[in-house]
Design a binder for this molecule. Sequence first.
Ligand code: NAD
Ligand code: KPL
Length: 303
Amino acid sequence: MTWHILGAGSLGSLWAARLARAGKSVRLILRDRARLKTYEAAGGLTLVEQGRAQQYAIPAGLPSNAGPISRLLVACKAYDAEAAVQPLLPHLALGAELILLQNGLGSQDAVALRLPHARCILASSTEGAFREADFRVVYAGHGFTWLGDPLQPAAPAWLDELEQAGIPHGWTPDILSRLWRKLALNCAINPLTVLYNCRNGGLAEHPAEVNVLCIELADLLRRCGQPDAAEGLHEEVQRVIQATAANYSSMYQDVANSRRTEISYLLGHACASAARHRISLPHLNSLHARLKSHLEKLGLPVT
Ligand code: NAD
Ligand code: KPL
């Protein structure tokens, strides 16, 4: 069965290259003719690992000629996922499976709502990759990808293919807990690194602010039915701040490169969930307002 990859950016290319070199059938779905032309001129996808570049001539096409799709990896940003999947709806085979690689929460439900007859598998990844140039991606940080389906606990048979491709992964019956936990970590760290213009380690100078955010986020997680994700949140946030002290958060990097952030699927989703549950989280709401105003001043989208 072919792995169709929608979103040939950092993570999508990282998955595509590893699957292709393990001998799996892979096909990229590119946005439009211009992207396809650029891809064809590049001659394939290049993955750079430990300084060594290797090109993979993976076939690519457009949504209009995607053919029947049984397995689709959606590797777009959260804000692009729903619109990117839309033109593929007529091409999805009966019983198609989608793997949604988006960070944060909100985009997965938006995609799943459009696909009542497909299986949506959610993923939460700590792997690190970035685009050095068009269709040239650097594997920057080893990590792990949790996969799961909140509606169907049985693992799909194709997990073996990820094993063969050397994609570190695990199947969990509780993927929502993983996604909420990562969202909370990202909410406690990423916006502050943008507002204080610092590396993750710089937050060690703002312990009270981090602490109060963790208290509110843990409260939110419990109210959203995710008590396990709330457990030890502050301690883990402190650990991550120390362990990644020299790094810039992903949101910091987006802002520094004048790229749209995934704010609506992180802090925005947290604040909207709090409002839905009628809980008052003043520090989280104030952080959201400060971040939006900061982005607005920079001319970046606030959603
Ligand atoms: P990216 O911007 O590098 O890649 C996204 C790709 O999707 C781009 O190539 C873009 O052109 C493509 N795309 C957008 N709309 C499309 C459309 N309509 N049709 C076809 N292609 C379309 O993003 P990324 O860094 O790979 O991130 C993807 C998701 O994974 C995000 O939610 C991100 O937070 C998450 N994530 C990324 C990393 C990482 O290290 N890059 C790590 C963990 C999680
Ligand atoms: O995932 C992260 C990110 O930068 O997006 C960490 C390193 C955990 C910081 O929140």
